[in-house]
Design a binder for this molecule. Structure first.
Ligand code: GRF
Length: 232
């Protein structure tokens, strides 16, 4: 681990890696690209990942702008964060739609209206349909609180505790039709301690999520920009 931490320090990052955690791959660290990537964030809950994306942009670790936050739940705390940081947001409540398809179409239209290049599902508690997946091929990513392919689906942290594994973590991956199954972009491992309960473990996993999600965004953005250059 010591060796790995030195590796991180070489890149002059402003965060300290917890000695007991491991991020892989290391080549995900702060890749450079331009121009800024335009992000659309989908969130349903507290929005802590959303807030850390904002902070990474503010501290210039991520060269991006958030074009729009879309939430499906009018009570979600992510809205408060959008207001605090003056990020445009819209509520598209799935309960007001007749079908999942109708909801997906409204979400997709909004992403297009705001010229979003990369869509980040940061605690989006909905399964997205094929139309969005195809429209944003290689431009739609999700964060999941386990080391995929273990513990897909709901309550991944409790699943890991129940199985008595000693290491779990979090994963950022591309979204494909099968839930929590797309190509993995970056992962962080988090040990489960004997005294851990769901809340203590969740806190440590989320600390790592807040680090790897901006790194994954930068990595995907760099790929998109490189592709664009090659196509010219
Ligand atoms: C995260 O733990 C993420 O892995 C999962 O939903 C949670 C969202 O947390 N998909 P927050 O809303 O970003 O605080």
């Amino acid at each position: 681990m010591k060796q790995d931490n030195k590796e991180y320090m070489k890149y002059n990052l402003s965060y300290d890696l917890n000695e007991q955690s491991l991020i892989s791959p290391l080549d995900s660290i702060s890749p450079l690209f331009e121009p800024k990537i335009r992000l659309g964030i989908l969130a349903s809950g507290n929005g802590s990942n959303f807030e850390y994306i904002i902070k990474s942009i503010q501290t210039k670790q991520l060269y991006a702008e958030i074009s729009i936050l879309i939430v499906n739940n009018p009570n979600c705390l992510a809205i408060k964060k959008a207001i605090k940081y003056k990020i445009p947001y819209v509520i598209i409540n799935h309960r007001d739609c007749k079908s999942r398809f109708e909801h997906d179409m409204l979400v997709m239209k909004k992403l297009e209206d705001f010229s979003v290049e990369l869509v980040v599902m940061a605690g989006w508690m909905r399964i997205v349909g094929e139309e969005i997946i195809n429209k944003f091929e290689n431009r739609l990513i999700n964060i999941h609180p386990s080391l995929l392919p273990s513990f897909k689906g709901v309550d991944a942290i409790q699943q890991a505790i129940d199985k008595r594994v000693t290491i779990t973590g979090c994963t950022v991956h591309y979204v494909q039709k099968e839930v929590d199954s797309g190509l993995i972009i970056i992962q962080a491992a988090v040990p489960i301690n004997e005294n851990d309960n769901k809340e203590t473990l969740k806190k440590r996993i989320q600390n790592m999520e807040h680090i790897i999600l901006p790194l994954a965004i930068a990595k995907v953005a760099k790929n998109l920009r490189t592709k664009f250059k090659d196509n010219k």
